[in-house]
Design a protein around this ligand. Structure first.
Ligand SMILES: *[C@@H]1O[C@H](CO)[C@@H](O)[C@H](O)[C@H]1NC(C)=O
Ligand SMILES: *[C@@H]1O[C@H](CO)[C@@H](O)[C@H](O)[C@H]1NC(C)=O
Ligand SMILES: *[C@@H]1O[C@H](CO)[C@@H](O)[C@H](O)[C@H]1NC(C)=O
Ligand SMILES: *[C@@H]1O[C@H](CO)[C@@H](O)[C@H](O)[C@H]1NC(C)=O
Ligand SMILES: *[C@@H]1O[C@H](CO)[C@@H](O)[C@H](O)[C@H]1NC(C)=O
Length: 177
């Protein structure tokens, strides 16, 4: 009786674990892309998605490749209440916001993105000057410093476009549902 309860519990836990892992298949990221020479915002699911790490130290944990890095990687500190103005992505790059907030808007669309530094703070910026005449606007409205890592890449990573506009996360998504 006791052991069969344990087995049932173990089986249930196993199912739950598999379920959660099976659904955490990939990462959704907001992308500053371009169409018809204008910057756009899109939400992409990266493909391929997570695999199980085989690296010692993180073995068994979900890991996903961000592609092959290129050029100069940097760590930048943007003071509170900074207006970054209108600009293009200098190169195709990941921008991982670690703190603060970045508010991204577009010259030819009402789509906007509020990027909170931290867990869901990684975006892809590929609206380089050769594909977008005007680029996008970025303002850093928070009271704290916005720290970001920029990681240039040499080609657009595999992906599936989920929808137009920025990805929504956590409570933001629940509010929109
Ligand atoms: C995982 O996906 C399956 C099939 O799409 C779904 O039935 C299940 O509710 C999902 N589980 C979670 C934890 O979201
Ligand atoms: C990614 O977006 C899809 C479509 O909106 C959603 O079903 C899925 O739960 C999201 N994944 C994560 C990890 O947020
Ligand atoms: C890399 O970035 C730093 C800081 O912006 C700059 O001083 C340096 O010249 C850059 N190096 C190359 C090779 O682009
Ligand atoms: C984008 O627009 C700029 C400015 O109008 C123009 O010089 C450039 O040729 C255009 N590029 C493409 C790819 O259409
Ligand atoms: C990041 O996004 C995931 C998926 O939508 C969500 O579960 C999580 O709470 C978010 N984290 C933060 C810090 O907002």
């Amino acid at each position: 009786m006791f052991s069969s309860t344990l087995i049932t519990l173990a089986a249930l836990l196993g199912m739950l674990t598999t379920d959660v892992t099976a659904n955490a298949t990939t990462l959704n990221v907001t992308v500053i892309a371009a169409q018809n020479n204008q910057s756009t915002l899109e939400c992409w699911a990266l493909e391929p998605g997570f695999t199980s790490s085989t690296q010692s130290g993180t073995s068994g944990n979900p890991v996903l490749s961000l592609g092959i890095g290129a050029k100069n990687m940097s760590y930048i500190m943007i003071p509170a209440h900074t207006d970054g103005g209108k600009h293009n992505a200098p190169t195709m790059q990941w921008v991982a916001f670690l703190s603060g907030v970045a508010h991204i808007t577009l010259p030819h669309s009402d789509d906007e993105a509020w990027i909170q530094g931290g867990e869901n703070g990684t975006i892809l910026a590929i609206d380089t000057a050769d594909v977008s005449a005007e680029g996008h606007f970025t303002v850093y409205p928070s009271d704290e410093v916005t720290v970001a890592l920029s990681l240039p890449i040499s080609k657009v990573p595999g992906h599936r476009v989920l929808h137009r506009g920025a990805c929504l996360y956590g409570t933001e998504r629940e509010q929109n549902d």
